[in-house]
Design a protein around this ligand. Structure first.
Ligand SMILES: C[C@@]1(CC(=O)O)c2cc3[nH]c(cc4nc(cc5[nH]c(cc(n2)[C@H]1CCC(=O)O)[C@@](C)(CC(=O)O)[C@@H]5CCC(=O)O)C(CC(=O)O)=C4CCC(=O)O)c(CCC(=O)O)c3CC(=O)O
Ligand SMILES: NC(=O)C1=CN([C@@H]2O[C@H](COP(=O)(O)OP(=O)(O)OC[C@H]3O[C@@H](n4cnc5c(N)ncnc54)[C@H](O)[C@@H]3O)[C@@H](O)[C@H]2O)C=CC1
Length: 170
């Protein structure tokens, strides 16, 4: 993968199809749900975390092996099975007009998930370009002390003030 563009994307209400129901799929689903994506999981079985999300009505589940038509409505596609060939097939079926993330062969997709820290409106994200997800995690964890929970309110305050100023200008 070449250098990646760091873009903040609004996925609220957008269809995200995650193929696979294991630990890695669960992590991707969790972060997609946090931003309000409409998540559908494709897998014959689900791990406990994903079962909870489905039972709580937060995500949809199609209990089946991957087949290309499940991507029909998808805006974002995550290939997260433990089968390389299936993940490659998902990437191929997704084509080049969607955001596609492939968890074991990143070069077959066009985006990846960074490690990130959120404090309300503040988002700090780090990518190592696939060199070391562990290092990305460590860098993120290092930010936790400097950017503690007080930042949430600080950002809200800045946002409110800025909105007021902009309102006056109109
Ligand atoms: C390219 C990328 C594509 C993508 O998945 O988007 C990718 C690819 C791969 N990861 C692998 C392994 C691991 N990844 C993690 C963890 C995370 N991986 C994440 C992102 C990314 N991983 C993207 C690059 C991001 C970057 O470089 O900055 C994080 C940051 C975000 C997230 O997943 O949401 C999340 C931390 C989340 C958090 O803490 O918040 C752990 C540790 C763990 O699981 O606890 C391990 C095991 C230890 C190890 O191997 O290092 C393997 C080998 C798989 C195999 O052995 O087959 C591949 C495939 C390959 O490298 O080819
Ligand atoms: N990118 C990342 O962050 C990381 C990626 N990995 C890679 O991710 C892969 C998955 O890891 P885990 O979630 O731990 O595996 P897992 O074994 O817990 O889960 C695999 C899931 O894929 C599903 N599956 C298998 N074939 C399928 C098919 N044809 N259609 C639909 N679902 C299918 C299974 O039902 C299962 O739910 C690993 O093989 C590894 O290569 C591993 C660690 C981190």
């Amino acid at each position: 993968m070449g250098p990646l563009y760091p873009l903040m994307v609004d996925l609220k209400g957008k269809s995200a199809v995650v193929v696979g129901g294991g630990r890695v799929a669960a992590r991707k689903v969790k972060s997609l749900l946090e931003v309000g994506a409409q998540v559908t999981i494709i897998s014959p079985v689900l791990d406990v975390e994903l079962t909870k999300e489905v039972e709580a009505g937060n995500a949809d589940w199609k209990r089946q092996w991957f087949s290309p038509e499940v991507l029909h409505e998808a805006w974002v596609v995550v290939a997260a099975t433990n089968d390389r060939d299936v993940n490659a097939q998902v990437a191929r079926a997704a084509g080049d007009r969607r955001l596609v993330n492939v968890v074991d062969q990143p070069e077959l997709g066009n985006c990846h998930f960074p490690a990130y820290l959120r404090r309300g409106r503040l988002t700090l994200a780090v990518s190592t370009g696939g060199a070391s997800p562990r290092l990305a995690q460590q860098i993120r964890d290092g930010w936790k002390k400097e950017f503690d929970d007080t930042w949430t309110e600080r950002l809200e305050q800045l946002y409110r003030e800025r909105r007021k100023r902009r309102g006056r200008r109109q």
